[in-house]
Design a protein around this ligand. Structure first.
Ligand code: ATR
Length: 269
């Protein structure tokens, strides 16, 4: 029987044990998937311990997505691009780090936004770690018509220059909002249920523009609520699909997405 895990701090809230175990069970694969909460001062010992124990694979969540990297025996292109690891697989060549967040986002976007093409114009709100992950995934998947906007416009400009996309201030992005077929909200604004401020003024939002918010808790942020009649999604799809991509890396099998969603819903997600 193989053991899989998720490591992080905190990790008790993680939906990963639920949605991964349902995949193993549905396929009658003998495996246990367990959460390990790792204290900051024990991280080095814990990372080595996972390898010493022969854990078959594990997910990595905050705050260890970068810290784990020097302890691995190889870094896949997906993790190199994202400069962060969220999935590790034990192989004959040792423990290899991957990042499935970007692929998870693209899968989720395609599943919910049927009109998406590589010609679609995409606005990313935010210029932090999450925005960067989404941006490199979109570029790798062939999307080119991308603009980044951020409260601190210099951070959007830096990211845009480094990747060859456009940057705009929040004011300019709001004024030009009709130009965009898709908007992806990556900032932390909205994570607190009392957040009622919007990260971007949506007055000029087209009714057919697809609106994606990476936040899944709360399920509907003020930003998603404001996009009343638009096609839209929260971050649950990305969460499910990044787990599906990880499961496929470990087992070679693409899992049953509907079963994963049902299991997540049962847990209140
Ligand atoms: P993450 O890894 O979640 O992206 P991060 O790297 O700290 O976290 O980035 C946070 C992002 O959320 C940034 O784009 C930040 O904007 P600034 O660069 O201007 O700080 C954005 N953000 C956080 N709180 C915000 C708020 N109250 N209003 C608007 N943007 C906010």
């Amino acid at each position: 029987k193989k053991t899989y895990a998720v490591i992080g701090q905190p990790v008790g809230h993680s939906i990963s044990p639920t949605i991964q175990q349902v995949c193993f069970d549905a396929l009658a694969i003998e495996a246990a998937y367990v959460p390990f909460e790792i204290a900051a001062e024990k991280q080095a010992d814990a990372f080595k311990g996972l390898k010493a124990l022969g854990i078959a694979g594990f997910n990595v969540t905050a705050p260890y997505k970068e810290a784990i990297m020097p302890y691995l025996d190889g870094i896949d292109e997906s993790a190199r691009l994202a400069q962060a690891v969220n999935t590790v697989k034990q192989t004959d060549a040792g423990y290899i780090g991957y990042n499935t967040d970007g692929a998870g986002f693209i899968h989720s976007l395609k599943a919910d936004f049927k009109q998406l093409t590589t010609a679609s114009t995409i606005l990313i709100i935010g210029a932090g770690g999450a925005a960067k992950g989404i941006l490199v995934a979109l570029l790798a998947a062939g999307y080119r018509r991308i603009t980044i906007t951020n409260r601190t416009v210099s951070k959007a400009e830096q990211l845009a220059i480094a990747t060859g996309v456009e940057a705009a201030s929040l004011t300019v992005a709001a004024a030009q909002l009709e130009q965009f077929d898709c908007i992806v909200q990556t900032t932390s604004l909205g994570m607190n249920p009392t957040d009622d401020q919007l990260p971007l003024d949506l007055t000029r939002l087209r009714a057919d523009t697809f609106v994606s918010d990476l936040i899944y808790n709360p399920q509907e942020t003020a930003f998603l609520k404001a996009a009343q009649s638009n096609p839209k999604q929260n971050g649950l799809g990305m969460l499910i699909y990044q787990a599906a991509v990880a499961f496929e890396i470990w087992t070679g099998i693409w899992p049953d997405i509907d079963k994963m969603i049902a299991a997540a819903n049962e847990k209140g997600f």
